[in-house]
Write a protein that binds this ligand. Sequence first.
Ligand code: Z5A
Length: 230
Amino acid sequence: MNLEELAKKFRAPAFPGSYFLSFEGIEGAGKSTQIVKVKEDLESRGFRVLVLREPGGTSFGEKLRQAILNSQTDLHPVAELHLFASSRAQLLHEVTLKELNVPNTVIIYDRYIDSTLSYQGNARKLGFETVLQSHLAFPLTLVPHLTFYLKIPADLSHGRQKLRNAPKDYFEKQGDDFYEALVSGYEKACELFPNRILTINGNQDVESVFSDIKGHLDQLILENSPRPEN
Ligand code: Z5A
């Protein structure tokens, strides 16, 4: 199977009235900041909103998160890939699929499969095929209805990380080349999934970024609203 054929195996879940969204981007892109605003906005429209993070979101996933981000040794890229996929499978099974079954629910993921494509597939050089092939068993074949990729350049990521003044985790210790490879990895993911992944300019003030995201959300909800009967 070539890459395009593999990509077609990935589908959004069909739960009428409920939505699965994800946010992507390199460190400091503004994902958490925007997720807070999107949650508030969707709740004001009457949706029940759950925010989940990867890796993590379940007690098993949070243990994996600590194991990866606090790792003092270099993990093999294949080990990274399977750790992230394990956390993902458990979160989909334990939380996401059950909660999406409740009408009027929005599940927002802070990172999902596009992180694996960019970090392990591109920056760690495993390739997109290896990542997608490792996800071919259900429920890992599920992808969000929409993914917001907050695009910022690598140097802005470094600037925002410095402002935060926190100790560097496993990935934040990587050099400039790694960050450039993350940006190009996300570009490739956008090309492979053009209908699902929307690129948002993250290098604007918080309100302008939110306004761009809100425009797409309005459209998604409008397109899926029941049409009034004549
Ligand atoms: N990883 C992986 O390799 N493979 C996988 O499959 C998955 C993950 C799922 C998890 O990190 C790590 O796991 C991650 C990839 C890897 N790499 N690292 N490190 P995490 O969840 O702990 O960290 P993160 O996702 O990178 O979060 P972050 O650094 O907090 O970034 P963010 O959520 O996008 O940014 P933020 O917290 O909203 O904003 C960062 C700062 O910028 C903050 O001070 C804000 O006030 C400021 N900010 C935000 N927006 C703006 C704007 N618009 N203007 C100015 N300043 C802003």
